[in-house]
Design a protein around this ligand. Structure first.
Ligand SMILES: Cc1cc2nc3c(=O)[nH]c(=O)nc-3n(C[C@H](O)[C@H](O)[C@H](O)COP(=O)(O)OP(=O)(O)OC[C@H]3O[C@@H](n4cnc5c(N)ncnc54)[C@H](O)[C@@H]3O)c2cc1C
Length: 315
């Protein structure tokens, strides 16, 4: 097998971007494919009407590992990240997607393509859409690195008759997110409010507008895992109404509400990680990285992507 052949990375979130940057920096050919419209994954920004921007996925990131801390320092120096809300929190500028986009600069990234099948051809891999249509210009890949949440990665592995031990063990909690724009005053008590009561409807409220580049009077609220699970299949409009009511119960009247929308994250926060930095089967040319490896944080997903790239380079 040509172990120096092109590497396909499925998923342009922070884990896929970290792996792509390291591999490309080491001179390897890399193609990143994502089903979303743009890179970022759960480091996401949703545009609303009137150029409103909401960070509706990850709210911030922290940096404890020296490798990630050095990167965050570099992003900060270049205006790609800024500290926000104290406690070592950082956000992307002008949006949460900015750090991922920076990692992927100059890399071949193909968005709007959902990988439906991994097809083994001799010792190579080809990628296909769910209906069998070839993806990535029918290119052959020596290695495929999966960085989508484990249920999505597992479906691809099973359809290809492959097993990557550990992927099936990861568990994720869902999250319904409310995005709201209003004309009332900001809520009291700082830009962030957390409720750790597992029975609470809303677990997290952020004054989204207090982040640089986001319009004032915008709020993002995350429903708790238990509420999200219980209401997983409800209609988004209905969920938005109920979360607005719960939000006002929590922070008081919000004045005139100009915009409200709800987004469902089916796989939001890792509840059970596998406890390994990454998973890699060199003989099959398959690997997995993402927050399912080390835990529910941007930093952990980054470190997982980096670890997988190192494994590939060492193979
Ligand atoms: C609501 C919410 C709030 C959060 N808050 C925080 C926080 O405040 N701080 C923090 O550190 N972390 C937070 N997190 C967690 C953090 O966002 C994740 O840990 C991290 O972004 C995961 O990165 P990843 O690269 O592993 O996965 P992802 O970002 O999910 O990337 C996977 C990518 O794979 C793509 N994909 C999936 N299936 C396919 C397919 N078949 N074909 C092609 N592409 C595919 C997806 O489109 C996605 O872009 C939050 C997450 C959510 C959802």
């Amino acid at each position: 097998m040509d172990r120096n052949g092109t590497i396909a990375i499925i998923g342009a979130g922070i884990a896929g971007a970290a792996a792509a940057r390291r591999l490309s920096g080491a001179g390897r050919r890399v193609v990143v494919i994502d089903k979303g419209r743009s890179p970022g994954g759960r480091m996401a920004t949703r545009r609303g009407p009137d150029s409103l921007r909401f960070d509706h996925g990850a709210q911030y990131f922290t940096a404890r590992d020296p490798r990630f801390a050095a990167l965050v320092e570099d992003w900060t120096a270049r205006g790609i990240a800024v500290s926000w809300g104290g406690a070592g929190r950082h956000v992307g500028v002008p949006a949460m997607t900015a750090p991922v986009r920076d990692l992927l600069a100059d890399i071949d990234v193909r968005c709007g393509r959902a990988v439906g099948r991994l097809v083994r051809e001799g010792r190579d891999w080809r990628l296909a859409e769910a209906d069998g249509a070839a993806l990535a210009g029918d290119a052959a890949f020596s290695t495929v690195l999966l960085t989508c949440p484990s249920p999505q990665s597992l479906a691809l592995l099973e359809a290809a008759g492959q097993d990557l031990p550990g992927v099936a063990e990861m568990r994720y909690a869902p999250c319904w997110t409310l995005m709201l724009a209003h004309d009332g005053p900001p809520f009291r008590g700082g830009p962030v409010r957390e409720d750790r009561d597992p029975e609470a409807t809303i677990a997290w409220i952020a004054e989204n507008g207090s982040k640089p580049g986001r319009e004032g009077g915008t709020i993002v609220a995350h429903a708790s895992p238990s509420w999200s699970r219980a209401n997983l299949e409800c209609a988004a409009q209905d969920v938005a109404e109920r979360l607005v009511a719960a939000l006002q119960d929590s922070v008081g009247p919000l004045g005139e509400i100009r915009h409200r929308a709800a987004h469902r994250w089916r796989y939001a926060a890792v509840e059970q990680a596998v406890g390994e930095p990454c998973l890699f089967a060199p003989e099959a040319g398959l690997g997995f990285a993402g927050d399912g490896c080390l835990g529910p944080r941007v930093e952990f997903a980054y470190l997982s992507g980096l670890a997988l790239a190192e494994r590939v380079l060492a193979a």
